[in-house]
Ligand binder design. Structure first.
Ligand code: GLP
Length: 263
């Protein structure tokens, strides 16, 4: 794991965008795993800027989103499909047919989830997965207790997640209670992962997943089992970490040696 800490949300987002750009330059037909939520908005804004001002092209890129609310039409303003279209896809040169977001209206959910997994495999697997983290340590919609071997499936949302996500809906009663999400096992199969977190209310889950014991009660701790994870944090989200000096030393050494150093 590598931990990159920046003073502000903007700097953190730009740093993460630079990593994505670097990987896109190395592989033009990269397969990206994408996340929703307020955290990656700065990153998407920066990717859009890179597309418009620096010619960064998404023509041959495929994307798979982590999750979707179960029961929401793709046209619903709070659906993750709508989120991705309005916050990223509509502003870059990606082929819409190359963008996959789980279908919240899938009738045979089990079959659909299998199909989604097959599409990821057919694309050659996810090269780079983008993640945020929930206040209870969830990734995607894998709530505490999720199996580390779990695959794309229908899940029930935790009280905490429903409360946290109610800020996007008119009232808490409108927040869907279920979702389709890639599993922890699906996420761990990505060749590389980046996780972004900002703000004081992420400090605890961040410290838990980077430095705490591995437990399904904090699903993000599963990332300790992956060899290539970069965590991008602002100072507030990093505030409860114990080994900040070491992470900074590693990053500086990496720059001096011009080589990526992984913990
Ligand atoms: C949702 C999403 C997660 C996201 C989390 C944090 O529950 N399913 O993928 O990481 O919220 O959201 P935010 O970035 O808004 O704090």
């Amino acid at each position: 794991m590598r931990v990159i800490i920046r003073k502000t949300y903007e700097e953190m987002s730009k740093e993460a965008a630079l990593l994505i750009k670097d990987r896109m330059m190395k592989k033009k037909d990269i397969v990206l795993g994408l996340a929703t939520g307020s955290t990656p908005l700065g990153l998407y804004k920066e990717l859009i800027r890179m597309h418009k001002e620096e010619g960064l092209s998404f023509k041959n890129v495929k994307t798979f989103n982590l999750d979707e609310y179960y029961g929401l039409e793709p046209t619903h303003p709070q659906s993750y499909r709508y989120f991705m279209d309005t916050n990223l896809f509509n502003h870059i040169d990606i082929e819409k047919s190359n963008t996959y977001v789980p279908d919240g209206k899938a009738e045979d959910v089990e079959k659909y989830c299998q199909w989604y997994e097959e599409q990821i495999k057919k694309a050659g697997g996810i090269d780079l997965q983008v993640l945020g983290i929930g206040r209870d340590g969830h990734i995607g919609f894998n709530e505490p207790g999720s199996s580390f071997y779990s695959r794309t499936r229908l899940v029930a949302l935790d009280e905490q997640t429903i409360k946290d996500n109610s800020r996007f809906f008119k009232s808490i009663d409108e927040v869907p209670r279920f979702a389709i999400t890639m599993g922890v096992g699906t996420i761990l199969e990505a060749k590389e992962i980046i996780l972004l977190a900002n703000g004081k209310n992420k400090a605890k889950p961040v410290a838990q997943f980077i430095e705490g014991p591995i437990t399904s009660l904090v699903p993000a701790t599963a990332l300790q089992l992956h060899p290539k994870v970069t965590v991008f944090l602002d100072e507030e989200a990093a505030s409860e970490l114990k080994r900040i000096d070491y992470y900074k030393f590693t990053e500086n050494s990496s720059k001096q040696l011009k080589k990526e150093i992984w913990l």
